[in-house]
Design a protein around this ligand. Structure first.
Ligand SMILES: Cc1cc2nc3c(=O)[nH]c(=O)nc-3n(C[C@H](O)[C@H](O)[C@H](O)COP(=O)(O)OP(=O)(O)OC[C@H]3O[C@@H](n4cnc5c(N)ncnc54)[C@H](O)[C@@H]3O)c2cc1C
Length: 422
């Protein structure tokens, strides 16, 4: 449990080699917008056979749907290995190694695979073939859109609405801060399904709905300017009487569907822990090399105990986050794990990764402030994860909520509480 198995070690070595050869030389151009991160990821998808590895169970499901067989939901991409059997670690290790070079590229891939997973598991055969499979190979770009201008942490208070109208669904609303949106061909939009006789603010009737580029009423904004994650464009999505076939609504309109969004968020948080580990490992490696090479006061700075302390602190963070990632893989494999555990891991790993990247910058002095060295970019990129996919504050509240519930004390994220017997 405390180390990668043989398959995952081989994946780690192979992806690191790819990143050193095919990613690192292009990072500066991707960061400045002179090269496309999507092109690099397409080469990655071909090189590692992602279409086969992650697409096989989706293709099998599509074929069962066409022949009228039982349409079991497929495992999400992060749980499938090249043979189509469960290996929860593969996508996790890929995310770690990509993030070691570029968390922005890892975010691009995560956004594509997140949309593909939901469509692959819930869509009909047409949607799987037209949307999910090309997302896995990056022939199409996808995004996953939950956040709105008025609802971020309180994501399920969203206003974007979906109305059933015969065999179509009509969408109205807007989304913001959506990764990949400016370039997306396939947009997975979360919307509240209107229930004419029901509660308009019902937080359970949230459904993912597939909208393809070119659909009348859909538009996206220009890429937003931001601190980091420059390899992934971020933007707004606008829906004005945007009409899609009813089959694009994933899930059963008669049943509450909020858990579909929650499952994707949990899967995303596991991947985020892996990305944090990639950043921490890279910062520690670079800091070690720098500390030995850089001389001040007549000796390598590695000889100074304050520098040694920084290296030791980075190593402790690496050990803790590595154990959290390995435990995450094990929990997925065993089908165990609570939201509290995932929240604890996400909160700790993201804060630790941002701290370690800053510590590596400090250790490198003026060089650490320069773009020539990786830590300043890794810091700007990884800082996102203390905010997105549930901020550190929201993870903290989720943990406390679970701990207190076990003692008969219920809290909600809006500050409300109820105690047994009160
Ligand atoms: C680069 C980038 C990429 C993104 N990609 C995507 C994407 O692909 N898809 C998507 O759907 N979203 C995406 N997001 C959105 C992201 O998930 C949200 O920004 C995040 O959930 C926080 O929401 P908010 O920005 O509205 O902040 P708010 O919710 O307004 O929070 C503001 C502050 O208040 C704190 N806060 C909120 N509620 C509480 C509370 N109850 N108690 C204590 N503190 C609280 C927060 O922690 C935060 O510090 C992305 C964001 C960024 C910046």
């Amino acid at each position: 449990m405390f180390e990668l198995d043989e398959t995952l070690s081989a994946v780690e070595t192979a992806v690191r080699g790819f990143c050193e050869r095919e990613v690192e030389p292009h990072i500066a151009a991707i960061e400045s917008g002179d090269a496309s991160g999507f092109d690099v990821l397409r080469r990655f998808a071909v090189g590692f056979g992602l279409g086969e590895a992650l697409g096989a169970p989706m293709r099998a499901r599509a074929s069962r749907l066409r022949t009228g067989g039982p349409a079991r939901a497929v495992p999400s991409p992060e749980t499938v290995d090249g043979r189509g059997s469960a290996n929860p670690g593969i996508a996790t290790v890929v995310a770690k190694e990509l993030a070691r070079s570029s968390p922005g590229l890892a975010l691009c891939l995560l956004s594509n695979l997140g949309a593909a997973a939901t469509i692959g598991a819930r869509g009909d055969a047409d949607l799987i073939e037209r949307c999910a499979l090309p997302l896995v190979t990056l022939e199409k770009i996808g995004c996953w859109a939950l956040t709105e201008p008025g609802s971020g942490s309180d994501a399920f208070a969203m206003k974007t609405s979906a109305r059933l109208d015969g065999e179509t669904i009509v969408l109205n609303g807007s989304k913001t801060f959506i990764s990949n949106a400016p370039a997306a061909d396939v947009l997975l939009i979360y919307a509240r399904l209107e229930d004419p006789g029901g509660d308009r603010a019902d937080k359970q009737r949230i459904f993912p709905i597939v909208v393809e580029r070119g659909t009348a009423g859909l538009s996206t904004g220009a890429p937003m300017r931001k601190l980091g994650m420059h390899a992934t464009p971020t933007g707004e999505v606008f829906l004005q009487d945007c009409r899609v076939p009813r089959s694009h609504l994933l899930g059963d309109p008669a049943r509450p569907a909020r858990e579909l969004a929650e499952q994707t968020l949990v899967a995303e948080r596991v991947m985020v822990v892996a990305m944090c580990l990639g950043v921490i490992e890279r910062c520690l490696d670079d800091a070690l090399g720098f500390a030995i090479a850089r001389r001040q006061f007549g000796k390598p700075i590695a000889a100074f105990q304050l520098i040694q302390q920084k290296l030791a602190r980075m190593y402790v963070a690496r050990e803790n986050v590595r154990n959290l990632m390995l435990k995450g893989i094990w929990l997925q494999r065993e089908g165990k794990g609570s939201e509290r555990e995932v929240s604890a891991a996400k909160w700790y790993a993201t804060e630790a990764a941002a701290d370690v990247a800053l510590e590596a910058m400090q250790l490198m002095g003026g060089s650490g402030y320069m773009q020539e060295y990786a830590p300043e970019r890794l810091f700007r990129d990884i800082k996102l994860w203390t905010i997105a996919a549930g901020s550190s504050e929201i993870q903290t509240l989720t943990i406390a909520k679970d701990l207190l519930r076990a003692r008969g004390f219920s809290i909600d994220l809006a500050g409300g509480y109820r105690a047994d017997g009160e």
